[in-house]
Design a protein around this ligand. Structure first.
Ligand code: GLU
Length: 379
């Protein structure tokens, strides 16, 4: 079999609107001294700030808490018991966040720390809250720093690794690009450390069984993720319409290098994040309720606007906030599907009203859109 892998597409990073960057422990923490590599961090943060100043939203997913906490607790080298790694994460996370805070403060950029568990990206209520908080932080110009909440998770209940966590964050936040920075420069047909004939693959457009078979079991010294883990992350990202790169992060300016078209492997999705999200809303969800809307609201939806409560004339079904619902015009024809921002009882109370009346009707003021246009797909 002759394999020929070429890169047809220019680097998607320059045109991305929102970028999630995952930093592995092996980049950030000097394994022998168990200390933050401040010089490396300063160069990396300079790149991050340049992206942000160019108008891109940046979210960092960083490992390193356990690696930094080991030293504080004087734990011996080698594998840790669960309670030791939970304690190490608790001690190391403060240092980790502090290192980013200091590096970003030099550029007058504020940082926010968010620690997640798998249920936070899977359970609807937490998912919506995390998403809203991250959107707010980005709107305020803050750079969110995310890690797994290692002190409360156990092996059965955690993300397999931070590659997967980063991919879930990228999907949840409709990022265009996910960068996995580690000590691996990209994806090869085999482990180049073991097989001298291994070929570098600059671009992957589908994770075929052939690609999956190439992943092997490579691991880096400090983190949990290997090549297989990176492919799991690529699947999650691509399904959400997010392009993912595996790239070497140890350069002085790793993000700038990628912006300039540097060597890496790109995993390129078929659709954009917005299109992938809307395809998912329109096709793969079972509507839990029906909203009938008036002609004015129907016209607004056709123009790409949100569905406001004022245009809703009837609400049927029992549903929770974030559930998928069907939107129909008065003759019953379905024109859209979306994720509703209110539960069934609330929706019935506010339908037909403008937002000024919501406080009186619900007992609290709340958002004007019954379905935000980002969460609405015309069918
Ligand atoms: N969350 C872990 C830490 O910060 C790292 C997990 C991983 O490397 O994938 O130490």
């Amino acid at each position: 079999m002759t394999l020929s892998y070429t890169q047809a597409t220019p680097a998607p990073l320059a045109s991305a609107r929102r970028v999630v960057i995952k930093i592995s422990s092996s980049l950030l923490v000097d394994g022998a001294r168990e200390e933050v590599r401040h010089d490396w961090l300063a160069g990396f943060i300079k790149d991050v700030v340049a992206c942000r100043n160019a108008g891109q939203d940046i979210i960092l997913v960083t490992s390193g808490a356990v690696a930094l906490g080991r030293r504080v607790l004087k734990l011996p080298p080698g594998p840790l018991r669960l309670e030791e790694s939970q304690a190490a994460a608790a001690c190391g996370q403060i240092r980790l966040a502090h290192a980013y805070q200091e590096a970003l403060a030099l550029h007058s950029v504020a940082v926010a720390q968010i620690l997640l568990t798998p249920s936070d990206t899977e359970e609807r209520r937490s998912y919506l809250n995390v998403r809203a908080t991250l959107r707010n932080l980005l709107g305020l110009g803050v750079i969110p720093i995310i890690n797994e909440n290692d002190t409360v998770t156990t092996p059965a209940l955690r993300f397999t690794d931070n590659d997967q966590l980063a991919a879930r964050v990228a999907a949840m936040m409709e990022a265009d690009v996910l960068l996995l920075l580690s000590d691996t420069e990209g994806f090869y047909t085999a482990d180049p450390g073991l097989d001298p004939t291994a070929q570098f693959i600059p671009e992957v457009r589908a994770i075929t069984p052939e690609i999956a078979a190439m992943a092997g079991e490579t691991r880096s010294g400090t983190g949990r993720g290997g090549m297989k883990a990176k492919l799991v992350a690529a699947r999650i990202a691509m399904k959400a319409g997010c392009a993912m790169a595996i790239a070497r992060g140890s350069l002085a300016h790793p993000v700038q290098a990628l912006r300039d078209g540097g060597r890496c492997t790109w995993f390129l999705p078929e659709h954009s994040p917005v299109a992938a999200w809307k395809i998912w809303i329109a096709g793969s969800l079972n509507p839990q309720g029906v909203l009938n809307i008036d002609a004015g609201a129907a016209q607004a939806l056709q123009q790409g606007k949100s569905l406001l409560a004022a245009g809703v004339v009837a609400v049927t079904g029992a549903f929770e906030r974030g559930d998928p619902v069907s939107v129909r015009i008065q003759n019953g024809a379905e024109i859209a599907r979306g994720l509703i921002a209110y539960n069934g009882d609330e929706a019935r109370k506010i339908m037909g009203h403008k937002s000024e009346a919501f406080e009186h009707l619900l007992g609290y003021s709340s958002r004007e859109e019954m379905i935000h246009r980002d969460d609405l797909a015309l069918v």
